[in-house]
Design a protein around this ligand. Structure first.
Ligand SMILES: [Ca+2]
Ligand SMILES: [Ca+2]
Ligand SMILES: [Ca+2]
Ligand SMILES: [Zn+2]
Length: 267
């Protein structure tokens, strides 16, 4: 029995809370994302009139709340499932209820990442920039971290912003020089938003005129609205704004004039 199947023996209410099962899971379990085989039960009784058989019903996958970007409703977006499944990073498929495989272990500055997921490099309202790292080496996180980044992107794309997302964690977390933290899939570096919207670096010390304060504030507000933010490290003297009620979570740490650093809560 798989964990998915086992989870479904618990009462239905608890079962629905667990991504990975739903009312239809015990009846069919597509193995490759293709429609389940037709029922092996007796054929429907003919009405004797020579009518054509009705078309087979579409495959039912009902893992939770389905959306345009998470069409099986298991809480993992189609792009994340595609990116990780097609690259064999994690066994994720759209059309099947997948559990969250990721776990942050330990602390940001002394921990690791189990079952981390890789961020799709381009998404709605965000772009991942590599710096000097190779593709898919520097952008691993927990599922809630990726869900957060995708949600922030959707929040800000309407104002024409594509957030620049830099380092998350290494595939299995742990030390990620030159960072001190970024070890357990909960830390993310991001660029301050440029007025010209170009996907290039911005250092507030040297190009203050290129800085879009209002758009950057909108990004921060989106993080506080849709993510479980622990703290955001910034250059407090140069960002030029605060967010009402979140003043304690926006903290100055040296070295953050060319990016800000979001640390998410554990779970
Ligand atoms: Ca999904
Ligand atoms: Ca899925
Ligand atoms: Ca990636
Ligand atoms: Zn950082």
């Amino acid at each position: 029995m798989t964990a998915v199947s086992l989870a479904c023996v618990v009462p239905v209410v608890a079962c629905l809370v667990l991504a990975g099962c739903g009312p239809n899971r015990s009846r069919s379990k597509p193995s490759n994302g293709s429609p389940p085989p037709p029922s092996s039960g007796p054929p429907p009784a003919s009405n004797g009139g020579g009518d054509r058989d009705p078309p087979p019903p579409p495959p039912i996958v009902d893992c939770g709340r389905r959306t345009s970007f998470d069409t099986d409703g298991d809480g993992i977006s189609d792009p994340v499932e595609r990116n990780n499944g097609s690259n064999n990073y994690a066994d994720l498929r759209t059309g099947r209820c997948d559990p969250d495989p990721s776990r942050p272990i330990g602390r940001s500055s002394g921990g690791r990442l189990e079952g981390g997921l890789n961020l799709p490099d381009r998404g709605s309202g965000y772009r991942h920039y590599l710096g000097t790292d190779a593709v898919d080496t520097d952008d691993w996180g927990t599922l809630p971290t990726l869900v957060c980044l995708e949600a922030v992107g959707r929040e800000v794309r309407g104002i024409g912003v594509s957030v620049g997302v830099g380092d998350l964690s290494l595939r299995r977390g742990g030390a990620f020089p030159p960072h001190i933290s970024h070890q357990n899939g909960l830390d993310v570096d991001l660029r301050y938003v440029r007025r010209d919207r170009r996907q290039v670096p911005l250092d507030l010390r040297f190009q203050p005129e290129a800085y879009d304060l209002a758009a950057t504030k909108a990004v921060f507000e989106a993080f506080f609205r849709v993510c479980n933010v622990d703290v955001i490290f910034v250059d407090i003297d140069r960002i030029g704004f605060t967010v009402d009620g979140q003043e304690q979570r926006i903290v100055h740490v040296g070295g953050h004039s060319n990016h800000f650093h979001v640390r998410l809560g554990g779970s």
